[in-house]
Design a protein around this ligand. Structure first.
Ligand code: NAD
Length: 523
């Protein structure tokens, strides 16, 4: 069996932020951006030293290539020579070396399951493993109540497309019923608090895919339907009995003998961190400038899609740049914070993204060029924030830097709707006044709802700026704190550049907050 390091990132690594924080990026040398990597891979250079040959690799052979100058790594059964990529790895060389000469799949999935390694490292492909090592699932079986079988051995010789994802299969019970005009698919989750936020459905081209998200697992139902249906779906959840109903409309009134043929991963569960995100095409409905460099874009989900984005979760947008798949996270927002959006402004079919355009960025200039009606590929929601973190909380302290404001938007709106929240305070860090997103709305909200307070802190203000200046520091954090009492339970939420998040988490820990009382958003 190949040795995968037990902990990744390493305890002392640059990539390991505090327990509450997420991925960390390191400063790369000039000329080592993702765009530079794409250029290098397209230059025709032999990236493997094998002149385009693919070989079969044994564990013993893989283990020999464990030095920076000769580093191979196995991801999902494929072996890559990652030496040329080391300097381009956003998490730093040391992190990548943790998987040197070994199976890095689990490490990879823990940190960036959403990155398509096959696309990113295509030119570094050495070949495939002769066998796939058995890997014990890390996720607690006890917690979820689901029994997870160990991964199985994979054999075969073809290279590399369609390499099957290592999901952990288990089935939930489902059945179907029909009337002359309708089909109803019922999934029994045995989970009492299930709601429609937990269900993602895509019905397109006669293929029905439903994903029921439970704590660490997603149950997948994936079928090519036996007859044609209209491309609309409605979802009903009977929370008390943990039952989900998917209602479809037949295109013609015929009686079906069977529901359809199974597609990939049908009737199975996959661990949520195992990657394999499902993307659907969404149309750009509108776009609006909200500052000199940021836009509010509204995307429409396709008619056969049912998907909601819970508070604090993000989605991924996928683009293809010179044939390399580039995926970036964005946190959906509301169409406005104040006045409150009308119901038809933010139906479940519209997803609003607040995006800052970085002129030298890889994906945002492409997004900026989108015209109304153009499509993007959008994943379902991901993220480590849970509603349960708000249970019993009466005060929120929010620290946002730049576009780190985006997860705060739904959080502010959601919590102010509840009378149990006595105070919601936002510290909003920006460079200049012109960078403050939705300042008017924030000011209006604070004058309308006295429970909401906002403070702007600028790191590069004009001399006449009368507000607070500087970057995050201890004195600012302690100044912002109210006297802590037994009955005022506080949750601190932080989002911004990694270094900002690290520092904020550190300061609040020094101020006596426990890890459970601090949430650091990571995208
Ligand atoms: P920015 O560069 O305009 O900086 C905004 C403010 O952040 C600065 O004024 C400063 O106060 C602070 N800051 C910046 N760099 C810092 C550092 N090294 N140390 C301490 N403070 C620092 O910000 P931006 O360009 O809008 O970037 C926002 C960041 O937030 C991005 O890194 C983005 O990835 C992250 N973000 C994360 C999520 C998420 O995890 N869910 C969501 C949205 C944005």
């Amino acid at each position: 069996m190949l040795n995968a390091p037990a902990q990744f990132p390493a305890p002392a690594s640059q990539q390991r932020v505090s327990a509450a924080a997420g991925r960390k990026k390191v400063q790369l040398k000039p000329g080592r951006s993702l765009m530079d990597w794409i250029r290098l891979t397209k230059s025709g250079k032999d990236m493997t030293g094998l002149r385009g040959r693919y070989i079969e690799v044994t564990e013993e052979e893989l283990a020999k290539h464990n030095k920076k100058t000769d580093c191979w790594m196995c991801i999902r059964g494929m072996v890559y020579n990652v030496t040329p990529y080391l300097e381009y790895h956003p998490g730093g060389e040391e992190e990548l070396m943790r998987g040197a000469g070994a199976d890095g799949t689990e490490l990879f999935d823990q940190i960036h399951s959403w990155v398509n390694s096959e696309s990113m490292l295509k030119e570094c492909l050495v070949g495939r493993m002769t066998s796939k090592p058995t890997s014990v699932a890390k996720v607690s079986e006890k917690k979820s109540g689901l029994k997870v079988p160990k991964q199985t051995l994979l054999n075969g010789t073809s290279i590399p497309d369609g390499f099957e994802k290592q999901s952990k299969y288990i089935s939930l019970k489902h059945e179907w019923f029909q009337t002359e005009d309708t089909i109803t698919v019922v999934i029994y989750t045995k989970q009492k608090d299930i709601n429609s936020d937990s269900v993602i459905v895509d019905l397109k081209g006669g293929v029905l895919r439903a994903e029921v998200r439970q704590q660490e697992y997603s149950y997948i139902l994936h079928l090519e339907l036996s007859h044609e249906v209209q491309e609309v779906v409605s979802v009903r959840c009977a929370s008390k009995v943990g039952k989900i109903e998917l209602n479809l409309k037949k295109l013609t009134s015929t009686i079906w003998n069977d529901l359809g043929q199974p597609r990939e991963h049908h009737n199975s569960c996959k661990v949520n961190t195992d990657g394999g995100l499902f993307y659907r095409k969404c149309n750009l409905l509108s776009k609006m400038d909200i500052s000199h460099d940021s836009r509010l874009l509204c995307f429409q989900l396709p008619p056969g899609c049912h998907l909601t984005i819970p508070v604090g979760q993000h989605i991924y947008l996928k683009s293809s740049i010179q044939d390399v798949e580039v995926v970036r996270p964005y946190t959906p927002v509301l169409p406005s914070l104040y006045p409150e959006p009308k119901d038809d402004d933010h139906t479940c079919t519209n997803i609003y993204l607040m995006i800052k355009i970085y002129p030298d960025g890889l994906q945002t200039p492409l997004i900026d060029k989108l015209q109304i009606g153009d499509c993007v590929s959008m994943s379902g929601p991901q993220g480590n924030f849970k509603y349960s973190q708000l249970k019993g909380i009466s005060e929120l302290i929010l620290l946002a830097a730049g576009t780190g404001f985006t997860p705060m938007i739904k959080l502010i709106s959601f919590t102010l709707k509840m009378s149990s929240f006595r105070r919601v305070r936002l510290m909003f860090f920006n460079k200049e006044e012109k960078d403050i997103l939705w300042r008017d709305q924030l000011d209006q909200l604070s004058s309308k709802d006295k429970r909401f307070e906002v403070e702007y802190i600028l790191s590069q203000p004009h001399p006449e700026w009368a507000g607070k200046r500087g970057r995050i520091e201890m004195s600012l954090c302690s100044e912002f704190l109210t006297v802590r009492t037994e009955e005022l339970k506080t949750l601190v939420c932080v989002c911004g550049p990694t270094s900002f998040t690290e520092q904020a988490v550190g300061f609040f820990k020094q101020l006596g907050f426990s890890s459970e009382e601090i949430h650091a958003f990571s995208g």
